[in-house]
Design a protein around this ligand. Sequence first.
Ligand SMILES: Cc1ncc(COP(=O)(O)O)c(C=O)c1O
Length: 406
Amino acid sequence: MNIENIKSQFPIFSKKINGKQLVYLDSSNSSQKPASVINRLDSFYKNEFSNIGRSIHSLSVNATNKFDETRMSVKKFINANSKEEIIFTKNATESINLVASTFGQQNIKTGDEILITELEHHSNYVPWHYLRENKGAVIKFAPINDDGDIVISELEKLINSKTKIIAVTHLSNVTGTIVPVKEIIDIAHKKNIPVLVDGCQSAPHLKIDVKDLDCDFYAISGHKVYGPTGVGILYAKKKWLEQLPPYMGGGGMISEVKKDKITYAQLPEKYEAGTMPTAEVIAFNESIKFMESVGIENLVSHERELTNYALEKLKTINSVCIVGNPKNKAGVISFTIKGVHPHDIATILDEDAVAIRAGHHCCQILHEKLKLNATARVSFGIYNTKEDVDILCKAIENCRKVFNLK
Ligand SMILES: Cc1ncc(COP(=O)(O)O)c(C=O)c1O
């Protein structure tokens, strides 16, 4: 695989940041976009623009067909059973809120339990918290160990007859932990408990097969998978989408509207109220084509090699402390430098055009567990190279010099 060739497909890397070559290590936040995605957005607006599903003129029929083509591509990309199981939202956060709200409305009553983990992003905690506030539900947290792995035996102990749903991340956006979600789903299904998987970080880093996982719900953000912002995906088993109530009401999601009665559209439109991010969804098809052209296996092995290289190098730098040491890890590395606030690390690295993230990464429960207020985070995309890691390490050495660290 020729990474320089892949990198050349991303226009941002031909720009200078602070007069220097950009080293982008913040892909877990949002990935950069290849030219094919950017050009598709541009050409759709210039040559093909129309809303979908509402008019019968040629432009609208074309846009509707192209929108549907993306749905088919997503279905294939994650190996869903049918395109009716693919719902477009604006991001993974909305996908999870959709499930928490509709599932909660139908299935949660006072005292019922929702099981999540200490690794979760706020997007997979706060929507469930609403059910705690509004319905008197109880949220339980499966613990992690010092390495950042979920302790499956402890998770199992937290399941009881009141557990109504389990919601778990596939890949931690802090420790890079690859969670054995298939094992968790097996355990849950033996007790008839549905499982939502937050696939926000796994979709850009791993092969996703929802049929093999047998998950009930899977949430993805398009902007982390080399796609435009404004595109989220909710995969849900058809039985759930048929039985749960709609989420948002409005145009496009109804079948018939009378003064005393409203019936809803078939799947997937039942869950797609109002004007959708038409251009973005259509352009997202190019992101999937891009991922397929690289090959998920190639992507996984490139990122694994890069992660191992980065871990080895970072460990040799005095006072750098890597957060977690999970059994299975993808290209997300959080670290601290003794005596330097992560915001200062990020600011100093930015002077060398090294873009990382600092803060709690929307994981305050995890940071509390780790007894840290904040961490610095490096996260890889397909365009990163070992040279990027070398520049990162040099920039960290500069940072240590600024703070006179031994
Ligand atoms: C694990 C995880 N879940 C959910 C989200 C939320 O993604 P979005 O803001 O695109 O909805 C993120 C974003 O960083 C994430 O890392």
